[in-house]
Design a protein around this ligand. Structure first.
Ligand SMILES: NC(=O)c1ccc[n+]([C@@H]2O[C@H](COP(=O)([O-])OP(=O)(O)OC[C@H]3O[C@@H](n4cnc5c(N)ncnc54)[C@H](OP(=O)(O)O)[C@@H]3O)[C@@H](O)[C@H]2O)c1
Length: 238
């Protein structure tokens, strides 16, 4: 039975929960992490998928919490897929520079999104199976080449840093450990009640992402093509 760890399942209509359901349908053993696992939709997943779904407490900013999660998960064997879906941002850190941008609380987004993924990769390194895929859920907002915004620095900067981390990890972990690293933009996904006009439902995005993780696009060292990709595996410009 293949195994996957997905972070950030705290919201029932979030992408993390949709990914967990997708992988359960695909026959995986799923470890779903939240900072607080005592939530009704998490209890429901454990009940409905007893023996296949395991809630794991995990805070991406806390190394000890990641180490404890790795201990719990490694008792079940090696990990085939890691999907780092959790994210954080601070609304005032996303305001325009001249309209109250709060620079004091910007580090949390960077800590959770970018450093959090590196912490996970490092702590779980001995626990990945041969050919395992490490996927970070990033955002088009982390692209510099395609940037059209004049605000949103907090979140965008964190995702740009995450994209860079993915390139470096792919270049290191693929040749040395046989792993594959992806930074996946999930599309504009309806993970909040409003606005309702997003292109994809969480379930649709999750289905695309699971397919891309199962069949990653070829990696080209020249230009690092195949690392930063759309949910359906198309190349995204850094
Ligand atoms: N929705 C879209 O259109 C869209 C577009 C582009 C990219 N994305 C990306 O897609 C992913 C999923 O989006 P979403 O809207 O479903 O995410 P979300 O629910 O806003 O975030 C996922 C979870 O991250 C958790 N989190 C925050 N700080 C954490 C920490 N220190 N340690 C561990 N977990 C932490 C939060 O749970 P708690 O705070 O309860 O712990 C939250 O439920 C994110 O990476 C997002 O950036 C989404």
């Amino acid at each position: 039975m293949k195994t996957v760890l997905i972070t950030g399942l705290s919201r029932e209509m979030g992408l993390g929960t949709a990914l967990a359901k997708r992988y359960l349908e695909d026959g995986f053993k799923v470890f779903g992490s939240c900072r607080d696992i005592k939530q009704e939709h998490i209890a429901a997943l454990s009940r409905d998928h007893a023996g296949n779904f395991f809630p794991v407490p995990l805070d991406l900013t806390d190394l000890n919490s990641i180490k404890k999660a790795a201990e719990i998960i490694s008792e079940h064997g090696k990990l085939d897929v890691l999907i780092n879906n959790a994210t954080a941002t601070n609304g005032d850190g996303n305001k325009p520079l001249d309209e109250g941008l709060d620079t004091e609380n910007m580090l949390n987004a960077y800590d959770v999104n970018a450093v959090g993924f590196i912490r996970l990769a490092q702590i779980f390194l001995p626990h990945f199976s041969e050919g395992a895929v490490l996927a970070a859920i990033t955002s088009e907002q982390g692209s510099m080449g395609k940037c059209w915004r004049d605000s949103g620095i907090d979140y965008g900067m964190a995702k740009a840093a995450l994209n860079y981390a993915c390139v470096v990890l792919q270049r290191r972990l693929a040749p040395k450990f046989g792993l594959r690293v992806l930074a996946i933009h999930p599309g504009w996904v309806q993970t909040r009640p409003a606005p309702p006009k997003a292109d994809l439902s969480p379930e649709e995005s999750a289905a695309f992402i699971a397919k891309t993780v199962a069949n990653p696009p070829p990696y080209e060292a020249e230009g690092n093509k195949g690392v930063f990709v759309w949910y359906d595996g198309r190349h995204f410009e850094f």
